[in-house]
Structure formats: C-alpha cells, structure tokens
Design a protein around this ligand. Structure first.
Ligand SMILES: [Ca+2]
Length: 240
C-alpha cells in the first residue's frame, strides 16, 4: 500500500483598519480635470496670513458651513478648510488564496506560495500579522511548526514554516510600493511559524506592495499519513 502525505493550505483573508491611533495628515485629492488637480477649495468671506517669530498661519473667516458633515448615497462631505486634513485609508487583498504543496516526503521539501497586497496613505503605515494552526490531518496528527526563530529547511524532520522572501527556487521579494518583510520572516531560505507574529510592515504611506508568502513542509518517515491542511488568516492593520 502506498502511504501518501498530502498537503493543502487554505489561505483566508481578514482585514482590520485601525490599531494604533495616531493623527494622520496629508493633502486630499478632491477633484481632477485633465492635468489639473484641486486638492481643496473653500467658500469663505476672507482670510489671510498671520505670523509670529516661529509660526505662520493661513486662516479663513466666514466659512458658512465649516466643520459640518453631510452625506448622500454617493458622496460624503466634511465642510471647512480645517477638514482638508486627509482621512487615512488602506487597502488589503489576497491575490492567490490557496497554496498546494502536493505530496510530502521525508527526502524532499514540499513548497508552495500564496500572495497578498497592501497599501495605505497613512503617514504611519501598516503592519501585517498572521494567525492559524500548524498542518493537521483528519486524525488530528500534526506537523511540528518551526516556531518563532527562523531556521533553514531540513528534510527528514517535521517542519512547517513560512517567509516572505525570494528563496532558492521558489518565493519572491516584496514587489512594488515600499512594504517589506519583517523580522524572522525576512530571511531568505529560512522559515518560521509562530502565529500572531508580524510578517510585514511599512512605517509611512506607500503604494501597493505585493507580498509572496512561501510555505515549506518537511516530514519524518514516521509521520502519520493523511491529508494535512490548515487555514491561515492574514490581518493588515493601519497605523493612524
Ligand atoms: Ca507529527
């Protein structure tokens, strides 16, 4: 009888926006026409510059509806010059959501990838963490997770780990934007698995960065056969 170890990792996305609350500030692009961009406009009865030794202020007076929020089905307006401060937003999406590592072997490392992408306009950036259990089969047998400290892949022992780097023969560097792999997950050809760890971040605003998550699995010859799988949840948190 042929003993088969199969592995399927289901990757599920979750998203939170919030986390450390800080004040964000930047200009908001409110309207465009061809090459023209108007970042903000006001209706007021006047205003001007005032200054002291260390400070200069450009103020407005007579705004008829300042600091009033209004909303319709399609639009949201925060009236008033002071509301030009931009509201932070972030984007997060899973691109490839299944990593199939195929048949496991005690003499070869099984590998696979999934991908996600993140962006934010927040001045304080974002972080991404992951949650989930190690690989488990129908009989509740598990493949040992590597743990919090990254190590190299080694055949003949149980290992399950991930990283976000270009490894020898598989994986890829973060692509686009300014986001980067983090900590123990930022070492090529070394892998860790310790749920809730931060795996990616950037500390300022950034365009989309596509992250490739690489998975490795090794087994012993005595590892129980079965279909091993797990669900991994990635959570991106904006720092506002
Ligand atoms: Ca085991």
């Amino acid at each position: 009888m042929k003993i088969v170890w199969k592995l399927l990792i289901l990757v599920i996305v979750a998203l939170t926006i919030g986390g450390a609350v800080k004040q964000a500030k930047a200009e908001e692009r409110v309207s465009t026409s061809g090459d023209l961009i108007i970042y903000g406009d006001i209706i007021s009865s006047g205003g001007g510059f005032s200054s002291s030794t260390n400070l200069t202020m450009e103020g407005t007076i007579g705004e008829p509806v300042a600091d009033v929020e209004s909303m319709s089905d399609n639009f949201y307006n925060r009236a008033g010059f002071q509301n030009l401060e931009r509201e932070p937003v972030m984007g997060f999406a899973i691109l490839e959501n299944i990593a199939n590592l195929g048949e496991l072997s005690a003499s070869a490392t099984a590998t696979g990838n999934s991908t996600f992408k993140v962006m934010t306009n927040s001045d304080f950036g974002y972080s991404v963490r992951y949650y989930g259990n190690t690989l488990t089969n129908q009989g509740s047998d598990t493949i040992d997770p590597i743990g919090a400290t990254a190590v190299t892949s080694q055949t003949g022992i149980e290992q399950f780990g991930i990283n976000l780097k270009a490894n020898t023969g598989f994986g890829a560097e973060p692509n686009g934007g300014s986001g980067a792999a983090y900590g123990q997950y930022a070492i090529a050809d070394q892998f860790a698995f310790n749920a809730s760890d931060k795996i990616a971040e950037y500390t300022s605003y950034t365009d989309w960065t596509v992250f490739t998550v690489s998975y490795i699995a090794n087994i012993e010859s005595s590892t129980e056969p079965g279909d091993y799988q797990t669900d991994i949840t990635f959570i991106a948190t904006g720092s506002y």
